[in-house]
Design a protein around this ligand. Structure first.
Ligand SMILES: *Cc1c(COP(=O)(O)O)cnc(C)c1O
Length: 463
């Protein structure tokens, strides 16, 4: 299988090349040249196999023979053995027709573990095969950094530098990044905000001499392998609820639109998904795009669901490419226009096609807090991101018929201040949170300065 860019001006590449590159050289995102499909029997069969095996089947369909099937199975088994729950992504029933899909049983208590635990092993496997090394630099507003550290610590041929904005993430988020003793991980507190961290990261990639010198790579959610790994839990949850006979709807708290698009991918692969409700917080660019037909940046608001505080939803480009009938020229015009002006009109036909699957909705912090209080009263408090999806559902009329699965993307213990403020009670402390509280921290401090970060990364990468 080959991977093509949504902007059509980069040569097709293999799965391995797409995973290593992340972004295509023409600025587009990689998608497979066709979507693999699963038969109804194969989908029903997912209900009877372990999660790791389902993951190996889905990833195998995308890797197209480039990675040995037995090795892929071993990587999936190792990745999901790090999860605290035997089911990996268990369903909890909320009401006769509604379930919570718990995606937070991994080592850093956020759903990003599901993809990064696997991506780390894919990287290690590919690099060992090619005899290469990579330096992965990550800018994080909280959850990605912790998941990246947990996934990449101790991996051969990989060094990881995580930048976080000093003083602007929660105590427990910082501890997930600073307590790993492994020599291949460096965590730096940047004297600035998240935008500074992102700006510095982009400058590192723009300096191609530097990027080549240290073999720079990223693990952000535009990487196709992350989406492939995330499409797996759509299959496992739908199969558990009686798919493929019974179509299932999903509600997804959305920031960069990666998780929601992974649901679209599962549908393209044959899973009967009746609808995907993409819920944003006050940073509602995606909800506005889907309801009003304009993809338009607004000013960034700091909310209680910080992992969704995003003003351009990168993976939306993949949906628009598909909705435009894979017209790469139209996609390139649209997103180059957006990069320049921050405000573009969507093609009505493409919007209509996107609307056949997606409903966009947004919810405020106050509405999220109310959903957290209601969840506590009904037997299990949810985190502020999951709460946005639940609050968003209140505004969807009519709701899709049949089973509805709400993706729960973080353990409430990851956001203790917001949960306590909303409900008056601190969330329960799982073992992973207790563990990082007991460990000592190790991190460096650095100015929000490109030259300083370059010198730091160079020294770390070449030591
Ligand atoms: C990253 C994240 C999201 C948003 O996921 P996207 O794929 O960016 O839409 C939602 N909730 C939590 C807890 C996250 O960490």
């Amino acid at each position: 299988m080959r991977y093509v860019s949504t902007r059509g001006a980069a040569p097709p590449v293999s799965f391995v090349e797409a995973v290593l590159a992340g972004l295509a050289p023409d600025g587009g995102l990689y998608v497979p040249d066709r979507w693999p499909t699963f038969s109804a029997e194969a989908i029903a069969g997912v209900a009877d196999i372990p999660y790791a095996q389902a993951a190996a089947q889905v990833l195998g369909a995308f890797a197209g023979g480039e990675i040995d099937a037995a090795e892929l199975e071993a990587m999936c088994a190792a990745a999901y053995a790090t999860f605290e729950h035997a089911a990996v992504a268990p369903l909890r029933q909320l009401s006769p027709d509604r379930w919570l899909l718990e995606l937070f049983h991994g080592p850093s208590l956020a759903f990003k573990d599901v993809a990064l635990q696997l991506l780390a092993r894919l990287y290690e496997h590919i690099l060992q095969r090619q005899g290469r090394r990579l330096t992965i630099v990550c800018a994080t507003s909280g959850d990605t950094g912790g998941a990246a550290v947990e996934a990449l610590r101790g991996r051969a041929n990989i060094r990881l530098v995580v930048m976080f904005p000093e003083g602007r993430i929660s105590d427990i988020q910082r501890r997930f990044m600073t307590t790993a003793p492994d020599a291949n991980v460096a965590t730096v507190a940047v004297d600035g905000d998240f935008d500074d961290c992102q700006r510095i990261l982009k400058s590192l990639f723009r300096d191609q001499v530097f990027a080549r010198e240290v073999s720079l790579a990223a693990v952000n959610s535009i990487n196709f392998a992350r989406l492939a790994a995330q499409s797996v839990y759509y299959f496992t949850s739908a199969a558990a609820l009686g798919g493929p006979e019974r179509p299932v709807a999903f509600a997804v708290p959305t920031g960069n639109f990666g998780d929601a698009f992974a649901g679209w991918m599962a549908r393209a692969m044959g899973l009967p998904v009746s609808r995907i409700i993409a819920a944003t917080n006050a940073n509602d660019i995606l909800a506005r795009a889907l309801t009003q037909g304009r993809y338009a940046r607004a000013s960034l608001a700091a909310t209680e669901s910080p992992a969704m505080d995003i003003q351009s939803a990168s993976n939306f480009e993949r949906l628009m490419f598909e909705a435009a009938g894979r017209d790469a020229d139209a996609t390139r015009r649209l997103f180059e226009g957006f990069d320049q002006s921050g405000d573009v009109a969507l093609d009505p036909a493409a919007l209509r096609r996107a609307g056949e699957v997606f409903t966009g909705v947004s919810a405020s912090d106050a509405e999220g807090a109310q959903a957290m209080r209601a969840s506590l009263a009904s037997g299990g408090v949810v985190d502020p991101h999951t709460a946005i999806a639940i609050a968003g559902l209140r505004k969807v009329d009519p709701l899709p018929k049949g089973p509805l699965v709400v993706l729960s993307t973080a353990h409430p213990a990851k956001f203790p201040e917001a949960v306590s403020a909303a409900t008056g009670a601190p969330p329960p402390t799982p073992p992973a949170a207790a563990r990082v509280h007991a460990l000592s921290e190790r991190f460096d401090r650095i100015a929000a300065d490109v030259a300083a970060v370059k010198a730091y990364v160079r020294a770390f990468a070449t030591q």
